[in-house]
Design a protein around this ligand. Sequence first.
Ligand code: DGJ
Length: 749
Amino acid sequence: MSIIWNKENSTITLQTKNTSYQMKADSQGVLLHTYYGSRIEDTDMSYLICSIDRGFSGNPYEMGKTRRQYSLDVLPQEYSCFGTGDYRASALRVRNADGSQASELRFTSADIRKGKYTLEGLPAVYADKTEAETLTVCLRDPYTGLEAELQYGVLEELDVITRAVRIINHGNAPVVIQKAASVCLDWQFGAFDWLTFQGRHAMERNLQRTAVGHGIQSVGSVRGTSSHQYNPFSILCEKTATETSGGCYGFSYLYSCEFLMEVEKDQAGQTRFLCGIHPDDFAWTLEPGESFQTPEVLMAYSGEGLGRLSRIMHQTIREHICRGEWQHKRRPVLINNWEATYFNFTGEKLISIAKEAASLGIELFVMDDGWFGKRDDDNTGLGDWYPNEQKLGCTLQELSEQVEALGMKFGIWFEPEAISEDSGLYRQHPEWAVQIPGRKPCLSRNQLMLDISRTEVQDYIIACMSRVLSEASISYVKWDLNRSMCDKFSSALDARHQGEFGHRFVLGLYRILDTLAQRFPHVLFEGCSGGGGRFDAGMLYYTPQIWCSDNTDAINRLDIQYGTSFGYPVSAVGSHVSAVPNHQTGRKTPLSTRACVAMSGTFGYELDITDMNDMEKDEVRQQIKMFQSFYDLTQYGDYYRLTDNKGSCTVWEHADPDGKEALVNAVFHGIEANPEPVHIHVQGLKEQELYKIELLDTGDFLESRIDRWFRESDILSGAALKYAGLTIPPAWREYQAFQIYIKRLERQK
Ligand code: DGJ
């Protein structure tokens, strides 16, 4: 039993294999948060709460006369409210019918059941009945009848807890929800660092580690997507936490729209974390009897550092968020024509790329932007999802058949949520574009967004895409979105309900994705928003992989993929080998380095392969074989960051969970003569077992600049590799990569 309700002391404890989480309804019915951390058995953790009268921190009426120490302003709470004496950032803020913004929530009941709750129309962690339990705690405002149903899912074996909240209006007047976080978490003690993942288009998810100081720090998005700028995943950890030690809390928001994550250190040095829909452009009216469901947050605690926390996130996303046929099915090595041709292609050119690709072992050909309507640049055509047969020189079906005849699968690009003013769709339905009547809209990439908060627009997209997916043989869809949203307005909503637009938009997106995924279960969907502008756990519920960044430069990708790895598994990270000089940076890197980096993702190519010489083609052939032989290890293995990205070399590792084998990858991004050694400690092996070490020939042929590295006879124990470690060969050319394969020796019988 992972959820224990002790009615004697009014505590409810969520137990996972290695962690405990506890709340307690106090004498006033306030639901206090008493503990989250390493597992503790059978203890009422409220002994930790030692309140003093903090002056100017008021008291609930019943307590004010007798216990001035009792203040909502300092007590650790499960779900904090605005306007009734807690001056910290709050989880819930509503506007009542009388115009006041006050609410206070008191415990009324709790319920425990087997299995994990689901959320209608929203992504959520899933688990079967034996793997999870659900706790529902009801809190109610005695004055207005507003209820918050706190939902907790506990996946005991995985050390995972999920949280979401349903707000129900049991009163007899409408209430406007202005802010409803999915999680509120308070710590009375501790000095924390906050790890967030910031960036920009083509440079997403760079790790930023800052000390939590007094005041409120936040990251979020008001862009209509989760955004390139701040990712909806963050970590709070002890100041001293490293990859292998220290307490760390991870929060991944299963939401692909506007979000806000806040951390506040209060007057007493206490820390509060909040995560929910961004309140700036949100207002949801609840009529009597109506309810609102917040999205879900996935939380985990690791007492053993950031590496373990990441591996919990990876496993949860792979096994309990990604769904469908492609969750575990081996995904194809693909080639995408975007960086090879951009908009400038014909059917013949595409087939020439496909032919060459097939001969090298590539399994899927993806036709990117430009195949439909009138679309020879990014100014026109979005919304007109009809193949441009003149450009292709044939029908879509014929093109897909030609690709399949080469022994490859065929895939296609869409940008379903966007519309060009210069398109048949816009001329027919200008009211379907997101814009505010009487105001000129802000253009981005010369396009507008489609108002998919409207059911008829959702149905239109579903119908168009279904037609295309049925008229040709299509095995893969790249689902792109190339602008941030503004001018938020739906002509289908009245003024009172405009604040619902953003959330209704993403509910529409989820409905379209869900319908198509069910209708076309064999199609592999890859998410994309100008690369990684919507790289979040919510999207991964519908698309098991996401194009990680429009930046294909292997060296910049080290940063992007390093940051991404904190919250997301390799199997989610779309990553391709592209041409040199790189189109985003102009940098030249060896082909072997580009492949080494792309192999720690879904792996594919995005270049004009017909331009390659025979030596390069041979190398590509080898790379594909190598990727395929390491598929399980890289896609499902345990991921270890062995260095950070600050030195001259970035090293990371994939290890088989049973310690049978490991692949260590090292890429040099700074090169010096006579360098200091790059030394790492291999993780995830069995200490008592013996391993053979092999420096792989990645095509970047090993020259004899080094006296000795790993010899045939180099057999080392897991303990030696972990504690004494391994030195990476020094680089002798710029941006050199090494891959070191470590295999366990079978014991002699
Ligand atoms: C942005 C994507 O990230 C690119 O890979 C490409 O598909 C373009 N859009 C096409 O417009």
